[in-house]
Design a protein around this ligand. Structure first.
Ligand SMILES: Cc1cc2nc3c(=O)[nH]c(=O)nc-3n(C[C@H](O)[C@H](O)[C@H](O)COP(=O)(O)OP(=O)(O)OC[C@H]3O[C@@H](n4cnc5c(N)ncnc54)[C@H](O)[C@@H]3O)c2cc1C
Length: 475
């Protein structure tokens, strides 16, 4: 039998470490190329693998009613290095999984270093990987070094690799009050993929608009980090509150313009101003607030955006933000197994694929590692079902998100996302509690989430059991 060629993983962060572990665990040699400590990023401080650059929390650990907790549980069951190390170095943090960051990163580093199938090469990969590397996972994260970023851009084109994210809030559709909002595209235009009723519109009167603008102006904001302000890429995408600062009417002539819209709840009258939401995922469960990228603090966003008529009870799947980031327009560029369509020897993993967060980045590393190892071994490996958190996250990147047709909106359409229940299809839930009483409000939401989580774990077990079936292409 010939010796297996190694898979190369560029980046020893959350995703790269997990990918390398999955590859080595499958019996395939792997080389991790990490530029630290030789060359640091603006956020990392050590040479350790899987360094946590900010908070030490992996968020809620409750798999029954929290989507991130469900992702933890799925990763544990898939023998994740990152989750295992987190569990062994956890700190008291209520319902959250928080870790001792140094002990956590040291364990990840040590376990990889000690694995006989893992090689480590320190140094920056400052361009496209050499042609003889036939299977590569690029997991270089939000702070990918500029030389590699520029090289990747030669493959993706300028519009499809972003150097900042401009995230508008995303709302769970079922929490929008349709006795106030309505579906209509401006001038009822259908466009290439629409029906003429593609946007959800929330109308504001003059008084409501004025109070809303005042709240935006006085709301508490987060500031750019010093090194972020020197990134020239923010120009094209102003935060909503910065637009509001330019004059009381600016938003009414910008993202809140009411033209071409008539409110059916008010006899077809044109509203004074409007907030539009556009469908964000193929399931139709998530809608994003068009043009509402913002640096407002998260609590302020929830408070201020619930002032918008129709969104009083809104639950947010994602809140807005604007950060230095590097990420691909993955739904267009990557295939279902995370390979770059234009150059399939390159797979991508982690935050660069358009997920957000430590755990989500590691989760995509886990999948990329499994998929790359299966390919090397010549065994078939279907992606996990969309009913699992792992599958739903992969779906967001490779197909679940709806790409927008018009050019201006398209540039901002695909944005990084944390795992949330809106990415998973609904599951039938009991509508009565143990006492036989009909469930309402929070109890009903918990029952729905629990049903999705239980189904996810069942389906994950089946996928883990059947993920690999022998195929003809063995090496
Ligand atoms: C400032 C900041 C704060 C964040 N805070 C949080 C938070 O509190 N909680 C949270 O959940 N998420 C946070 N994130 C988001 C995200 O979850 C983390 O960035 C996460 O580490 C992403 O994982 P990753 O593996 O994709 O990238 P990383 O963990 O950043 O790993 C990428 C690795 O690639 C290396 N690398 C880059 N370019 C090259 C190259 N050319 N050659 C070789 N190696 C290279 C880097 O040195 C790094 O080790 C934050 C992001 C940033 C930028």
């Amino acid at each position: 039998m010939t010796e297996k060629r190694p898979i190369h993983v560029i980046g020893g962060g959350l995703a790269g470490s997990e990918a390398a572990w999955q590859i080595a665990s499958a019996g395939v040699p792997v080389v991790i190329h990490e530029m630290r400590p030789e060359r640091m990023t603006d956020a990392h401080k050590t040479g350790a693998f899987a360094e946590l650059v900010c908070s030490n929390s992996f968020r809620s650990d409750d798999w029954e009613t929290s989507a991130i907790g469900l992702l933890h549980e799925e990763m544990r069951r898939a023998h994740s290095l990152i989750l295992g190390a987190a569990d062994r170095h956890k700190l008291p943090a209520g319902g959250a999984l928080a870790v001792d960051r140094d002990a956590f990163a040291d364990e990840v580093t040590e376990r990889l270093r000690a694995h006989p199938l893992v090689g480590v090469e320190r140094g920056e990969i400052a361009g496209l990987p050499p042609a003889e590397w036939d299977s590569v996972i690029v997991a270089t994260g939000p702070l990918t070094s500029p030389a590699l970023g520029a090289a990747v851009q030669t493959l993706t084109g300028e519009d499809d690799l972003a150097f900042f994210d401009a995230v508008a809030p995303v709302v769970h559709r079922e929490t929008i009050d349709m006795s106030i909002a309505w579906l209509q595209s401006r001038y009822d235009k259908a466009g290439p993929a629409g029906t003429g009723a593609d946007y959800l519109n929330c109308p504001l009167t003059k008084a409501e608009y004025e109070s809303f603008v005042a709240a935006l102006l006085s709301g508490e904001k987060t500031s750019f980090k010093e090194w972020e302000t020197s990134t020239p890429y923010f120009d094209g995408c102003l935060p909503i509150e910065v637009m509001a600062e330019r004059g009381p009417e600016t938003l009414r002539f910008g993202p809140m313009k009411p033209v071409g819209l008539s409110d059916p709840h008010k006899g077809g009258a044109r509203p004074y101003a409007v907030v539009q939401l556009r469908q964000d995922n193929a399931l139709g469960s998530l809608w994003n607030m068009v043009g509402f990228q913002t640096k407002l603090k998260h609590a302020e966003q929830a408070r201020i955006f619930r002032m918008i008529p129709g969104l009083e009870q809104a639950e947010f799947a994602r809140l807005g933000g604007l950060h230095r980031n590097t990420f691909l327009n993955s739904p267009k560029l990557l295939d279902q197994t995370l390979r770059l369509r234009a150059e399939p020897r390159l797979r991508f993993a982690g935050q660069i694929t358009g997920v957000e967060g430590y755990v989500e980045s590691a989760a995509i590393g886990l999948l990329a590692g499994k998929l790359a190892a299966a390919e090397r071994l010549g065994v078939a490996c279907a992606p996990p079902p969309v009913t699992t958190a792992l599958g739903a996250l992969l779906g967001h990147i490779t197909g679940g998100h709806i790409l927008v047709d018009d050019a201006e909106a398209r540039a901002r359409s695909f944005q990084p996302m944390n795992i949330n229940y809106g990415l998973l299809p609904p599951a039938p839930a009991l509508d009565r509690g143990q006492s036989g009483k009909r469930l309402k409000g929070k109890d009903k939401t918990r029952a729905k989430r629990r049903a999705i989580s239980l189904r996810a774990l069942d389906d994950l077990e089946a996928w883990l059991g059947h993920a690999s079936a022998p195929s003809a292409a063995a090496e």
